[in-house]
Design a protein around this ligand. Structure first.
Ligand code: ZN
Length: 269
């Protein structure tokens, strides 16, 4: 069974609730984690899917070019990392158009979309129509469960076509007790390696799995933000020094392909 590695391409301060207007005050360190990720992908001959934050295209055009040159899949992660359910349709569409303008000079276009914080849920399902009208081939934003902040409890966990025809690739989740957790991010760092592989094997009995990761998770030296809430701060900094080794082991033990390959394989049965 093939699985997918997806990278939400953003710097260490961009996905923790700090508004985009303040980002200039923080040290740009994307390159550190990005280089480690890319060397692991090269070592294991993995093609990944990068959901790229629009602001990152402005700050690091060199990084975007490297992703394209190495043949990875390009996806969109919005511009400002604001939750979709906190935007209205016009503001969301404006971000999407802005991101499209930013990627155009690279002579490529986005394949799929992933919302910041998986924030397409019952409050923001209108976003699916915007994505469809902008010719995305799939969305990978819906957390099929209850994560407290987002998610749609009871939502289908398999790749399927939504009512408007857009393909949805729900986040791979697993249950501990009655709670649902996403396969990736802090849980990839917190849970033991064997638990991760056991979870992937369990998911693979029914469907391909998808892991998500951020470059800053391979940069354990990035600054400590003591003002973040406990709920954000503790998982953000947990086990950062273990990510690189763990990912190296995982990539060496499986077959990982871009998300669009899994979507196409699913369509062809
Ligand atoms: Zn993100």
């Amino acid at each position: 069974m093939k699985n997918a590695i997806t990278v939400d391409l953003e710097d260490w301060y961009q996905g923790v609730g700090i508004p985009v207007s303040e980002w200039e005050n923080y040290e740009k360190r994307l390159r550190i984690g990005f280089d480690k990720l890319m060397s692991l992908f090269k070592k294991h001959n993995v093609k990944a899917t990068f959901f790229i934050l629009g602001k990152v295209i402005e700050d690091h055009p060199d990084i975007i070019q490297e992703i394209i040159d190495d043949g990875h899949e390009i996806g969109c992660h919005g511009y400002s990392h604001k939750e979709v359910f906190l935007m209205d349709k016009a503001a969301f569409e404006k971000e999407i158009s802005h991101c499209e303008d930013l990627i155009k000079p690279f002579n490529t276009s986005y394949v799929g979309y992933r919302a910041p914080y998986f924030s397409i849920d019952a409050r923001s399902l209108w976003a699916i129509d915007v994505l469809k009208s902008h010719d995305f081939q799939y969305d990978s934003s819906i957390f099929p469960g209850d994560s407290k902040r987002t998610g749609i409890p009871g939502f289908r966990r398999d790749i399927h076509k939504l009512e408007n025809g857009l393909t949805e690739v729900p986040i791979s989740t697993f249950k501990v007790g009655s709670l649902d957790f996403a396969l990736g991010g802090a849980y990839f760092r917190i849970l033991p390696y064997k638990y991760i592989t056991k979870t992937i094997r369990k998911i693979n009995k029914q469907r391909p799995g998808m892991l998500y990761i951020h470059p800053w998770e391979l940069d354990p030296e990035h600054p400590y933000l003591s003002f973040l809430s406990k709920r954000r701060r503790i998982p953000h900094y947990w086990n950062l020094n273990k990510t690189e080794k763990k990912l190296d082991r995982l990539l060496g033990n499986g077959k990982f392909v871009p998300l669009i390959d899994i979507v196409k394989q699913n369509e062809n049965g």
